[in-house]
Design a protein around this ligand. Structure first.
Ligand code: APR
Length: 231
């Protein structure tokens, strides 16, 4: 028999203790910008330089950050479970902690994408500047899903959630769809956990337990419990 399956939805809260700011904890501003100015196609058409500069700063900041105990604990779960992480985060902290199956719903900061062909994606650690072009000659943009854009991996994620034996939600306000709706794909009897130190409007699903703690503490505790439970 294979290992039991765990699907985990993570949001900005899991990376907060690594020094990356969450989106909605500071007056609707994101690092002093209105979200719609830097994270929408309209913002991009209005001022490409501002958008590139914004993500260049985020990328430089990410390269200075390290995974925290919560990221490492989730990686350790793979000893006994078949784990898939569905993350809304664009950082690579799950990868660096050692998790091996990660779906990046909202894109990846360390990748750049062609504006002519969405399938032309490059690994990208440095700044993206005006004039940086893809192989087809068009400007590169951050490989990020902006507001108003399609979320290409949502169906893949929904299938994973549908088939999981355990579902865990960590550090997300559950305000942004379609990601926030994934929990509705879980089975009725599937055990579900939500870890967040603040009051998240918990979805009305059966078998949901809430752990009101920061990720480093709550995730470490839950993972110890899950690893123990399996003996
Ligand atoms: N540990 C766990 N959770 C935390 C911590 C912590 N140390 N600190 C804060 N949180 C929680 C907050 O209480 C909040 O519920 O993390 C959540 C962060 O919520 P948001 O800032 O809304 O982030 P997220 O849900 O990931 O946003 C979803 O919105 O802007 C878009 O595309 C962007 O992926 C992002 C999406």
């Amino acid at each position: 028999m294979g290992k039991p399956k765990i699907a985990i939805l993570t949001g900005a809260g899991i990376s907060a203790e690594s020094g990356i700011k969450t989106f909605r904890d500071s007056d609707g501003l994101w690092e002093n910008h209105r979200i719609e100015d830097v994270a929408s196609p309209e913002g991009w058409y209005r001022d490409k330089e501002l958008v590139l500069d914004f993500y260049n700063q985020r990328r430089r900041q990410l390269l200075q950050c390290q995974p925290n105990a919560a990221h490492y604990a989730l990686a350790a779960l793979e000893d006994k479970y078949d784990v898939t992480i569905v993350t809304q985060n664009v950082d690579d902290l799950h990868e660096r902690a050692g998790s091996t199956d990660i779906i990046h719903l909202h894109g990846e900061l360390l990748k750049a994408r062609s504006t002519a062909d969405e399938h032309l994606v490059y690994d990208w650690q440095k700044d993206i500047n005006i004039g940086d072009k893809c192989a087809k000659g068009s400007q590169l943009r951050p490989h990020i899903v902006w507001f108003g854009e399609a979320v290409p991996l949502i169906e893949t994620a929904a299938k994973v959630v549908q088939q999981t034996d355990i579902f865990i939600v960590i550090g997300t306000s559950l305000l942004v769809y379609p990601a926030a709706g994934l929990i509705n794909y879980t089975g009725y009897d599937t055990p579900k956990w939500l870890i967040d130190p603040n009051n998240v409007q918990a979805p009305r699903v059966p078998n949901l337990r809430v752990i009101s703690k920061k990720a480093t503490e709550g995730v470490t505790e839950l993972v110890a419990h899950l690893l123990n439970e399996k003996g």
